[in-house]
Design a protein around this ligand. Sequence first.
Ligand code: HEC
Length: 456
Amino acid sequence: MHAMKNILGIVNKVLCSFLICVLLCKSNYIICQTTYYKDIYPILLNNCIGCHRNDGYAPFSLTSYVDIKKRSQFIKYVISNRIMPPWNADNHYGDFANNRSLSEEKIKKIINWIDSGCVEGIKTKIKEKITYGESSQLQLKVDLKLRMKEPFTIKGINQNTYICYKIPYEIKNDTFANAIEFVPGNKSIVHHASYQVLEVADDVDINSGPNYFVFDADTLNRVNDEHDYRYFKLIGKDGKMPKETYHGGWLPGTTAQVYQNGIGIRIPKKGVLLIRNFHYSPTPIETTDLSGFNIFFTRSKISRTLGFASFKPQNPTKDGKWFIKKNDSNFVAHINVKFYNDVSLLNINPHMHRLGKTFLSFVITPTKDTIHLINIPNWDHNWQEFYRFKKMIKVPKGSVLHAEAMYDNSIRNAENPYSPPKDIMFEWGMNEDSEMMRLVLLYLPYEAGDENKNLK
Ligand code: HEC
């Protein structure tokens, strides 16, 4: 009887531990398993939803489990081939604060989750950290709200539209801003914008002159800034040219950079925001846009004014050709710039048009060290970023910056505007049928410790 009791006791214990084991494993299974709410949504929020949301730029939204599940195979394809999120810089070459690409680890995580059947998991309340609409994405008080004077009409002819648009403003005093935010009006059609803050001479009437022009065959032969400034009547009576105090850019998915640590953008009391290159996507239906800017003045004292420099190729080719010949798939242009002071670089913006193929830029210091800036192995003219370095980059006095841009004017380039290819003008104007090379830098005079400062 006693022995029987003992045996029953043991059986009981074994059964119990078995049950505990099953329970533990089961809960463990739930805890460890990758689920939509716990693991996948946070990644999508950071890397996809900025564009893939209801009023977003991308053609469909990726904000719900159902959205993801029904497109899971497509998502697997675009992330494993690095088609999405759009990001063209080589991350092994440069390190950027606004890098929105997915790490290998995150790609694997999403793919494994899709392969194991897109487990939804326990529904948790989702926190949308991004706010949209009329207000600012920065969630700061807007000090100066500037918008286009009237809505611009984009014809429903299924063609890209490029315009140049002037927004004049006047405030009481010269001041400084720690952020300028471009606010796209009609988000489904605004494709990209690059703009300047221009200070004008006292005798310039910023409200006279036209507000915009549309790039077409007639504007193709415009050759320089002076032509635009004259067109918009921004040149002073004694010939004083507008002075650029900032140069920024916007693409879907970009948020404005907020400068800290006493760094500011000079906002002259009288000036214009000139959207030099404003691109609207093709649309089959006539529509309008009213975009503009939010400007945020600095509350703290400014000790450092952001500098801006734009470089173009000195000599397009060795023999002075100014065309990219048809079928030439290896046309190369160079920029070489010497630095006469120590500077800290904050942003870099490489610019080419549709024939662009690769873009590389680096610095050689006087001690022959190489500092990597940016490598774009597969140029995509749709995604022209203002790349923001993760930490400021110190360029010592005496260094030389090199940039090399390569162009493909053959039929192998699917973006070639002409089929069959034809000779394309190089550095003749801004129309999309002509080609160009620009390298824009935002910089500060170097201060000790800059190279350890993170940029957000
Ligand atoms: C910067 C904006 C942006 C971000 C960020 C972004 N997408 Fe997209 N996505 C687009 C646009 C725009 C399209 C439309 C196709 C195009 O223009 O290339 C698109 C298309 C797609 C497509 C369809 C592909 C096709 O060939 O039509 C999928 C799938 C997709 N995105 C998934 C994602 C996923 C997943 C993420 C995040 C990991 C993501 N996207 C991040 C802008 C973005």
